[in-house]
Design a binder for this molecule. Structure first.
Ligand SMILES: Cc1cc2nc3c(=O)[nH]c(=O)nc-3n(C[C@H](O)[C@H](O)[C@H](O)COP(=O)(O)O)c2cc1C
Length: 398
């Protein structure tokens, strides 16, 4: 048995990266990441689907050789141009000088712009097919999931979809490649974190792509990051569907910044009162300590959101400003939101949070807020309790 043969004639040749600390120089990778690449072997031709980051190209070459020896792939299909998949394009061409690069019009424009490549390229359009001999690649354009050129490649003979970044997650593989061969539990939170941080802004386009794919029979989804989905296709596609509709489960994220503990004390009262109201799923983040990517993942998961901050230099405390801007950028919708904070002489923090969120049309205008002048006194803490009661009531009130 060839463990890397996902299904008859389709091979995994991707790599684990456990060295890069920050994906896109932004998002922590405590358990690494994969750059998934695949070979599709027809009776006539061989196609390599998606590449790897430039630092990993030698491992890619070894993996390809381990599957097909001295042969060279005839085609390189580019589903997505982000450099974690296309960065090694020129090196791959030096490994396999006759390889033809296959992409749509937007892809080929980027191939020229990033890598200066104009020769030996093949342009494909939505619905076009490429015959490999008993294996037919059909290209489905899925723009803005999450770049304009993104497309997916489907092999009808194997009911296999090469989905690009869609359905991907952070986390290097731990031996198993297909979900049925590995414990997928550690990957689930990383699906949320990957989606919310990388793809999150483009929910409308993810919905369009999902409806375009809905008629395909799917046995394997081979994304560019994380395990190959097989048994878990209903789970992962359901999750993508819900996240892209900004649908969330019951629970509350409390995120706050605090220098000297006043705002934090309010957060504790809110959390405790929510729990008294029977809310069990509460996630608390100090915005100065939790990395933004984990906070956003929780915000995409839960329906209640409570944000607190002190006023700082007549505006919002910087880590919370960054968070609220990130929420606005991702056009997060359908959340029940409350805000709170503390100031000493001129209240600005809560006003700023509310303004940013309302500008982003994230929620209806009914954000409940509480703000303390200096230390929160008994009446402010009563206000925090009322805020929590209201949040719990609205959560229960579907
Ligand atoms: C560097 C700095 C800048 C501040 N700027 C303002 C301000 O512009 N307006 C204001 O009312 N309070 C300002 N404050 C006071 C804090 O907002 C206030 O002490 C608040 O209670 C701090 O909340 P915390 O205990 O949760 O950190 C500032 C405090 C610091 C340390």
């Amino acid at each position: 048995m060839n463990f890397k043969e996902i299904t008859d004639g389709i091979y995994y040749v991707g790599v684990n990266d456990r060295t890069t600390a920050l994906f896109e120089s932004l998002w922590p990778l405590p358990t690494g990441v994969t750059y998934n690449s695949y070979l599709v072997k027809g009776s006539e031709k061989l196609a390599l689907i998606d590449g790897v980051a430039i630092a990993e190209c030698e491992k890619l070459r070894e993996n390809i050789a381990s599957q097909i020896g001295a042969k060279a792939p005839d085609y390189l299909i580019i589903n997505h141009m982000e450099p974690d998949h296309s960065g090694a394009l020129n090196v791959i061409r030096s490994f396999f000088p006759d390889i033809t690069i296959v992409g749509n019009a937007k892809t080929l424009e980027m191939v020229r712009g990033f890598y200066g490549i104009t020769e030996n390229v093949m342009k494909v359009a939505d619905g076009d097919s490429l015959e490999l001999g008993g294996m037919t690649l059909t290209f489905r354009l899925t723009p803005m999931v999450h770049w304009p050129e993104t497309m997916m490649t489907y092999v009808s003979e194997r009911n296999t979809l090469f989905s690009g970044d869609a359905f991907g997650c952070f986390g290097a593989l731990t031996g198993g490649i297909v979900d049925s061969e590995t414990d997928i539990e550690p990957f689930i939170p990383e699906i949320y974190r990957y989606y919310s941080n990388i793809v999150g802004k483009y929910g409308v386009f993810v919905q369009k792509a999902l409806s375009k794919l809905s008629t395909l029979k799917l046995e394997y989804i081979c994304s560019t990051h994380g395990p190959v989905w097989h048994e878990q296709i209903p789970m992962v596609s359901g999750l993508y569907d819900r996240m892209s509709r900004y649908e969330a489960e019951d629970g509350v994220v409390i995120v706050y910044g605090s220098m000297y503990g006043n705002t934090e004390a309010m957060a504790e009262v809110i959390a405790s009162r929510l729990a008294e109201n029977g809310v069990k799923k509460i996630r608390m983040h100090d915005a100065s300590r939790s990395h933004l990517s984990y906070i956003l993942a929780d915000i995409f998961r839960f329906r209640g959101l409570v944000i607190g901050a002190p006023t700082y230099s007549n505006t919002l405390y910087p880590p919370v400003e960054a968070l609220v801007q990130a929420i606005k950028t991702r056009e997060v919708k359908n959340r029940i939101i409350s805000t709170f904070g503390s100031y000493t002489w001129a209240p600005q923090a809560v006003k700023r949070i509310n303004t940013l969120l309302e500008e982003g049309k994230n929620v209806s205008a009914d954000i409940t807020s509480v703000e303390a002048r200096q230390a929160p006194d008994a009446s402010v803490m009563e206000g925090c309790k009322t805020l929590a009661d209201e949040m719990a009531r609205r959560l229960a009130d579907k």
